[in-house]
Design a protein around this ligand. Structure first.
Ligand code: NI
Ligand code: MN
Length: 229
């Protein structure tokens, strides 16, 4: 399994015939090392409607004839733009052919600002994803605060890799993310949602060191880097 970090919360996963991207925010990301035009996927998983998670979703979906997987309102929004979308809701799971994807809770919000009309539309509740693929279980927490049900997520899933936001300001910060990692009990924790903009600047190496002091394995994955699982 190959996992590429495109920066911010954007993670692309390829395993055998499965080609997935989560929260594509590449073309507007000043830190990006890759191009959204090069992304080849069949499924686009969206945690919530904020622009820093869905910016490239429509273009990638159209170019690849890919299916968007998201909460009902967000999926409906993209289906209304003519792309294939699977609507879900929190706690639900679907079989996408390569494996199962489940929507987990997240403590955040989910809206999209429409620039033309200056309207903000609300697009359901925010989520994370549990992805079961190739014998591995991945947890992408989305944008979220620390919440106690992460304990439940850790108890009920044998998570190999957890992607946790550490940026603070819009999500939990590093201290709470360490607590989240203790509850989620993943084999490997990868920090996301930091350093993209000045308000979410964080020391990811210090976060990984803090994980290490709790006996938890963490890894800073550089923007554009591919890791093998
Ligand atoms: Ni957000
Ligand atoms: Mn965000």
């Amino acid at each position: 399994m190959k996992i590429q970090f495109h920066g911010h919360s954007c993670v692309e996963i390829h395993h055998e015939s499965a080609r997935i991207i989560i929260d594509p925010f590449i073309s507007p990301n000043p830190m990006a090392k890759t191009s959204a035009d090069d992304v080849q996927v069949d499924h686009i998983l969206l945690t919530h409607g904020h622009a820093d998670h869905v910016a490239d979703a429509l273009a990638i979906a159209r170019r690849n004839n890919a299916t968007i997987v998201a909460n009902a309102e967000l999926a409906g929004y993209f289906a209304g733009q003519g792309v294939s979308a699977i609507p879900m809701n929190t706690g639900g799971s679907v079989d996408l052919g390569f494996g199962r994807v489940r929507l987990t809770p997240a403590v955040h919000s989910s809206s999209l600002a429409i620039e033309d009309t200056r309207q903000i539309i609300y697009l359901g509740n925010p989520n994370g994803f549990i992805i079961k693929l190739g014998g591995k279980t991945l947890y992408h927490a989305g944008d979220t605060d620390l919440f106690l049900d992460m304990k439940l997520i850790g108890e009920r899933n044998d998570i190999d890799v957890a992607f946790l936001p550490i940026g603070d300001h819009f999500t939990m910060g590093p201290d709470d993310a360490v607590a989240a990692a203790e509850w989620v009990r993943a084999g490997l924790v990868i920090p996301i949602h930091y350093n993209t903009f000045p308000p979410i600047r964080q020391d990811a190496a210090a976060f990984v060191a803090a994980l290490g002091s709790k006996g938890i394995k963490g890894q800073v994955v550089e923007v554009g880097q591919v890791i093998e699982l």
